[in-house]
Design a protein around this ligand. Structure first.
Ligand code: GDP
Ligand code: GDP
Length: 448
């Protein structure tokens, strides 16, 4: 899969100018005819040795004025969703405008990595740079899209993000659970003291084998190669053990609070994320944040309720936890919960069967014909709503990607489809094709 970079910002800040510079073709702009609505453009971008697809959301100002707000929002949301990283651009000469703050809030909420660019800073415009710190999106980069200034800094910001994504591996993988030699990448994450180290010891015991640094993870992080003997076959597993870091540094670090950066790195490394919860205080704010991160990153997620040996009324505790999980993490209904005791070893053997099952679902590929039969049925049972007196018709759906399963529906006026209807379709796909728990992406393309 290619590295995707979206350029986000309000009209006139210079998005198209940057797009043209990154793509290196001036033709794109010249070609545009005034008054023609264009959804957005994509081009092959390049900075040094870094290649990527640039998504430009500019050109929305030409849309019908009444639909402008909605269209802009829908376009931006879609671009953010599809991108691995967003270049958020403001105009350094006019400073931070209320509209910039709206974009900024949307970007923060998305959880996607953001690189803040303050444009038009050749010669002047530095006030805008200082002001932009107030957006809470980190260190701004002063650029001039027109004059090509700041490109090296953009490269320096994008490069580590690109490297952390392991995109090459993803590209080669597809149905790689069929490949008995390819290790399944698993990360065990959770708050300090949840029992991560104890679990790793219980699962792996003396087989532990420390390997060298992994590309894209911290230099001193630890990956363990291990083979799980499943009922049907052996599964090579590469385990990213975030607790291992602390084990090395011992007591002192134990006091430190959870490092979000480490956890995020572990999540990005992984295909399946195991989130360890302490049965005593399961699913508190930090646990939810980690679960959210994993799902936003599109990872398959398994919850482990550890220290189950300390729980008195197990049935009640499990019901409570199930209810909380479904309510607080509605984006992936039915997330698997494995209750176990890492300390005594009880039920630890239940974990890997669940991990491999969600992994297989995460790789699922649904046939286009089956999807469209389902779509026909779903839309006739519960037709899309009429907006402004006209029904929206959804014409066609296909799965464009696995890991996580990603579907694209083609529809007229897709941006006007209400969120509730999108959710109806998403949940329909889950049910019809038996994909509970794994994150699913459903995107809409507008057709004229
Ligand atoms: P978009 O609508 O956000 O895509 O913005 P455009 O790329 O169309 O740029 C809007 C205006 O800002 C145009 O007149 C550009 O020539 C101008 N512009 C873009 N980048 C720069 C820059 O780095 N410096 C200056 N001074 N003007 C710029
Ligand atoms: P980490 O910080 O997530 O790696 O947590 P550790 O594995 O170091 O465990 C933290 C503490 O919880 C240790 O004192 C463990 O002995 C204890 N612990 C871990 N798993 C269990 C369990 O299943 N039951 C009980 N009662 N204690 C556990």
């Amino acid at each position: 899969m290619s590295f995707k970079v979206a350029i986000i910002g309000r009209p006139n800040v210079g998005k198209s100018t940057l797009f043209n510079r990154l793509v290196g073709k001036r033709i794109a702009l010249v070609d545009d005819q005034p008054g023609v609505t264009r959804d957005r453009r994509e081009g092959d971008g390049r900075l040094g040795d870094l290649k990527f697809i640039v998504i430009d959301t500019a050109g929305l100002e030409e849309a019908a004025p009444d639909a402008l707000e909605t269209r802009m929002k829908a376009q931006t949301d879609r671009a953010i969703e599809e991108a691995h990283v967003c270049l958020f651009m403001i105009d350094g000469r006019v400073g931070v405008m209320p509209e910039d703050e709206k974009f900024g809030a949307a970007l923060r909420a998305s959880g996607k990595p953001v690189v803040l660019l303050v444009n038009k800073t050749e010669g002047k415009g530095l006030e805008g740079v200082y002001e932009s710190y107030g957006l809470g999106l980190g260190e701004p980069i002063a650029v001039s899209a027109e004059h090509g200034e700041g490109m090296a800094e953009i490269y320096t910001a994008l490069q580590p993000i690109h490297d952390s994504l392991n995109l090459k591996e993803v590209e080669n993988e597809r149905l790689d659970w069929d490949d008995p030699l390819k290790p399944l990448r698993v990360a065990i994450v959770g708050r300090p003291n949840a029992g991560k180290s104890t679990l790793v010891n219980q699962m792996i015991g003396d087989e532990r084998m420390l390997t060298g640094p992994e590309a894209g993870i911290t230099r001193d992080s630890i990956a363990i190669d291990w083979t799980w003997s499943g009922p049907d076959r052996d599964w090579p597993v590469k385990l990213h053990d975030t607790a291992g870091l602390r084990r090395k540094a011992r007591v002192q670090e134990k006091l430190e609070k959870l490092s979000v950066a480490d956890t995020l790195r572990a999540i990005r490394f992984a295909e399946v994320v195991i989130l360890m919860l302490d049965a005593d205080m399961a699913l508190e704010k930090q646990d939810l944040q980690i679960a959210d991160l994993a799902l936003q990153e599109g990872r398959a997620l398994v919850l482990v309720a550890n220290k189950w040996d300390k729980v008195d009324d197990r049935q009640q505790a499990l019901n409570d936890l199930r209810e909380r999980v479904d309510r607080l993490l509605p984006q992936a209904p039915g997330l698997p919960i494995v209750t176990l005791s890492a300390l005594t070893g009880r039920n630890v053997d239940r974990l890997m069967p669940v991990v491999t099952k969600v992994y297989v679902d995460w790789n699922a590929k649904v046939k286009t014909s089956d999807l469209n039969v389902w779509l026909e049925d779903a839309t006739s049972r519960h037709p899309p709503p009429a907006v402004k007196g006209r029904r929206i018709k959804i014409r066609y759906i296909a799965q464009t990607k696995t890991r996580p399963p990603t579907f694209v529906a083609h529809s007229q006026r897709a941006e006007e489809l209400p969120e509730s209807y999108r959710r109806y379709l998403m949940n329909g796909i889950r049910e019809a094709f038996d994909l509970p728990a794994v994150p699913i992406r459903l995107l809409f393309r507008s057709q004229k």
